[in-house]
Design a protein around this ligand. Structure first.
Ligand SMILES: [Zn+2]
Ligand SMILES: [Zn+2]
Length: 389
């Protein structure tokens, strides 16, 4: 079959690879309908995440049709249209039983690298390096889905493919942040990043009772989407001093909740960005943290900060003093898709989760290398390049 593979730093190509096979009775094989690029792929492409090997198939957010079913699978039949959680979880371990699916003890068959890096290994993820389990990704004609009864969800007929695609990862990532940060009715929520995850986090904040949602980015087309589809207020950080603007918008108090949806390749205005970029490129610091620092700085006293952007290693100039002295709660997580996808699909069916607009550029898989370039450079208003294998 054809698949889009990582072939070296900032290089991808469409290659011919073996078709996936059922390896375990709980697997299904899915013929991919749509598979989207994700901001977190850029860290892989750029070589910031170790344990990529030339020939690894990229992609972790997808939907498709079940074409083969393992003998122990109960929920799915050949022909079902399914959306699949990007994180792989067993559904049975102590973490899964607490609905902390991305922390699954059994989802990553190759835990040594992340145990060394972080102390304990989280679950596995499709197309996300050998550190996250070495699973083949979804930018391919077919993909093996382990623990299919836990991670794959039938898509109701009333939801089109492009909308349902974002129930795989971008929407549940937003839901993970908005739910676990504990939004209370009436809260003012600020969201850093107006990409797919930022927009979905802003929308999820509304479902949890946020009174006002303020989205921060520098790209006008993304800010316009956040206004139109989420009803958010917006701030352009290239034109405004964000902490000061947030203070003015909140009667001098600061937002109650800050959701960071940018990640380790954050951009910002000014000297701090240059400092972070140089350190990251010299591999002295693995993560650029402008958005996290700003979120912590802007948050009201006693407020809550949730990190949704992907970080890998260490970050210096972390404002621990502000965390301690302002009494902040700082939390982060990879997304618990299996916990939120049923709610998201139900809301999608009622038209409450506009997401098809995020797929700004849909193209054949053969155009994958071009699609990644366009997505990385944010050319032509690209929010997500989506491949149709
Ligand atoms: Zn993703
Ligand atoms: Zn588990």
């Amino acid at each position: 079959m054809k698949a889009l593979c990582w072939t070296g730093v900032n290089e991808t190509s469409v290659e011919s690879v073996p078709d996936p096979e059922i390896l375990n009775a709980h697997d299904v094989i899915v013929r991919v309908r749509l598979s989207t690029t994700c901001g977190s792929d850029l860290h892989l492409l750029g070589g910031y995440i170790p344990a990529m090997r030339a020939g690894d198939v990229l992609g972790h957010e997808f939907l498709g049709d079940v074409v083969e079913v393992g003998s122990a699978v109960r929920k799915h039949r050949v022909g079902d249209r399914v959306v699949v959680s990007s994180f792989i979880a067993c559904g049975r371990c102590a973490y899964c039983r607490r609905e902390l699916y991305s922390l699954c003890d059994n989802g990553n068959p190759n835990p040594a690298i992340t145990e060394t890096l972080w102390g304990f290994a989280p679950g596995g993820c499709y197309g996300y390096s050998h550190a996250m389990g070495g699973f083949a990704g979804s930018h391919a004609e077919y993909i093996r889905v382990p623990y299919a009864d836990v991670g794959a969800f039938a898509v109701p007929d009333g939801i089109n493919d492009t909308t349902a695609l974002f129930a795989s990862d971008a929407a549940p990532t937003g839901w993970t942040g908005a739910d676990l940060v504990g939004i209370e009715p009436g809260d003012v929520v600020a969201v850093w990043g107006a990409g797919a995850v930022g927009q979905m986090a802003a929308l999820a904040a509304r479902t949890r009772g946020a009174e006002r949602v303020i989205v921060i980015d520098r790209l006008p087309e993304r800010l316009a989407q956040a206004e139109r589809y989420v009803g958010a207020e917006t701030l352009d950080y290239s034109a405004e001093n964000v902490p000061q603007a947030l203070r003015e918008l909140t009667g001098g108090r600061g937002p109650d909740v800050c959701l960071e949806a940018v990640g380790m390749e954050a951009h910002s205005a000014g000297l701090q960005h240059v400092y972070d970029q140089v350190k990251q490129q010299l591999r002295i610091q693995t993560d650029r943290g402008a958005a996290v620092r700003e979120a912590i700085h802007s948050c009201r006293k006693g407020g809550r900060v949730f990190v949704l952007g992907v970080y890998v290693g260490v970050l210096d100039t972390f404002p621990l003093g502000a965390v301690m002295n302002k009494g902040l709660t700082v939390r982060g997580a990879q997304m618990h898709g299996q916990r939120y996808i049923p709610e998201i699909l139900a809301r999608m069916e009622r038209g409450e989760v506009p997401s098809a607009h995020l797929a700004t550029h849909v193209m054949p898989l053969d155009d994958g290398p071009k699609g990644y370039q366009m997505f990385k450079a944010k050319e032509d208003g690209c929010v997500r390049a989506v491949f149709r294998p």
